[in-house]
Design a protein around this ligand. Structure first.
Ligand code: PLP
Length: 351
C-alpha cells in the first residue's frame, strides 16, 4: 500500500506516554502504578437504562464529589480520570505552536505528553536539590499559559510547602492558570488547595478516584474550578464523559460508607509504608529513600541494576523513572503487607 503522510508532523514525532500497563513486566507482585492493593467487593449495578445514553454530567456524581471535596457542585466536572482533566485543560487553554506550559521535573509525565499532543512548548523549571518547588525560577517565567504543580508530587512522594504554592498562585493571577494535580491528596488531605478555589479564579484542581479510592479500573477523575474556567471546560468536554457503570460505582464509593472505607485503607497503606521504610533503612543495598506522604516511595540504590534484577527475578514489578536525577532510583507502590515484605527481602542483596 502506498504510504501517505497524513498525520500532523508534531504527532508523528510524538513519544506516547509509557504508562505502567504499556511498559508491562512479568510477575505476580505489581508495585508499579500506584494503585491500591485491596480488591473491590462485588457490587450490583442497575442496567435497566443501558439502551439509553448516560446523563451528560452526571449531576449526581458531581454533587456527591462536591460534598466530599468541600466545594460547590458547579465547581466540579466529572471526567474519565485525572488524565482527561489534564488533557482538556491543555487543549482548551494552549494555542498550538504558540502557548507554553510550565512543569517542574521530575514529575508526572502526562503534562508533557498532553502539551506535546497540543503542540504547546514545555518549559521545565526543575525542582530544587531537595525536590521542592523553585518558586523564584517558576515566577520568572511569565510567558506560560499553564503551570502544572503535582501536589503531592509523583514520583518523589512529597507534598510541597503550602506557602510556596500560594506564592506561585499569587504571582500568576491574571497571567496563567495554575493546575494543581491532587491525584494523591487523600493520603495527606490537609495539603489540599481545593479550599483556595474561593480565593483564586485561575486555580484548577485535578482529582482522581484511581488512587486512594482504589478504582483505577473504573477511571473516574474530576476537574475543580470556578465559573470562568468551568464555562470554557464545558465547551470542550465530550458529550458523555462518564459511562454509566463508572458513574454508578463512583456514586457508591462516595457514600459515607465508601468514604470511610477509603480512609481506613489510606491508614492501612500509611502503616505498611512506614514499616517498609523502617526496613529500607536497615538494608545495605539501599542508599536512601525520600520521605513519602503518599502510597509510593522513591528509593535510591548504589547498584540500581542489581536491585532491579533481584526484583524482577522475584516477580516484582516496580518502576524506574526516566529522569536524569533518578537514574539510581526505583519507585515502589505500597502494596499489601506480604508484598512489601517480599520486596524488602529480595532487596537484601550482596552489594
Ligand atoms: C500525578 C498523577 N496525576 C494523574 C494521574 C492519572 O490519574 P487517572 O487514573 O485518574 O487518569 C496519575 C496516575 O498515575 C498520577 O500519578
Amino acid at each position: 500500500m502506498k504510504k501517505i503522510a497524513l498525520s500532523s508532523p508534531h504527532i508523528e514525532a510524538l513519544e506516547p506516554y509509557m504508562s505502567a500497563r504499556r511498559i508491562g513486566g512479568s510477575g505476580e507482585v505489581w508495585l508499579n502504578a500506584n494503585e491500591l492493593p485491596f480488591p473491590r467487593d462485588p457490587m450490583q449495578l442497575d442496567v435497566s437504562q443501558y439502551h439509553r445514553y448516560p446523563d451528560q454530567g452526571p449531576d449526581q456524581v458531581e454533587a456527591a464529589y462536591a460534598a466530599y471535596a468541600g466545594v460547590q457542585p458547579e465547581q466540579v466536572l466529572a471526567l474519565r480520570g485525572a488524565d482527561e482533566a489534564i488533557d482538556l485543560v491543555t487543549r482548551a487553554y494552549c494555542r498550538a505552536g504558540r502557548d507554553k506550559v510550565l512543569v517542574s521535573s521530575p514529575t508526572y509525565g502526562m503534562y508533557q505528553v498532553c502539551a506535546d499532543i497540543q503542540n504547546a512548548a514545555v518549559i521545565d523549571v526543575p525542582l530544587t536539590d531537595d525536590f521542592e518547588l523553585d518558586v523564584a525560577a517558576i515566577c520568572a517565567r511569565d510567558d506560560v499559559k499553564l503551570v502544572f504543580i503535582c501536589n503531592p508530587n509523583n514520583p518523589t512522594g512529597n507534598a510541597f510547602r503550602r506557602e510556596d504554592i500560594i506564592s506561585v498562585l499569587r504571582h500568576f493571577e491574571g497571567k496563567a492558570l495554575v493546575v494543581i494535580d491532587e491525584a494523591y491528596i487523600e493520603f495527606c488531605p490537609r495539603q489540599s488547595l481545593a479550599g483556595e478555589l474561593s480565593n483564586f479564579d485561575h486555580l484548577v484542581v485535578v482529582r482522581t478516584m484511581s488512587k486512594a479510592f482504589g478504582l483505577a479500573g473504573v477511571h473516574v477523575g474530576y476537574l475543580l474550578a470556578n465559573d470562568a474556567v468551568m464555562s470554557i471546560m464545558r465547551k470542550v468536554v465530550p458529550p458523555y464523559p462518564l459511562a454509566d457503570p463508572c458513574a454508578q460505582i463512583a456514586l457508591l464509593a462516595l457514600r459515607e460508607s465508601g468514604i470511610e472505607t477509603m480512609r481506613s485503607e489510606v491508614d492501612e497503606i500509611a502503616r505498611i509504608r512506614e514499616a517498609f521504610c523502617r526496613t529500607l533503612s536497615e538494608l545495605t543495598s539501599v542508599r536512601d529513600y525520600l520521605p513519602s506522604a503518599v502510597n509510593f516511595v522513591l528509593v535510591f540504590f548504589d547498584e540500581p541494576d542489581n536491585a532491579w534484577r533481584a526484583l524482577t527475578g522475584a516477580g516484582i514489578v516496580a518502576r524506574r523513572i526516566p529522569d536524569p536525577r533518578l537514574t539510581e532510583a526505583i519507585r515502589f507502590t505500597i502494596g499489601a503487607e506480604e508484598e512489601m515484605a517480599l520486596a524488602a527481602s529480595v532487596l537484601e542483596i550482596p552489594g
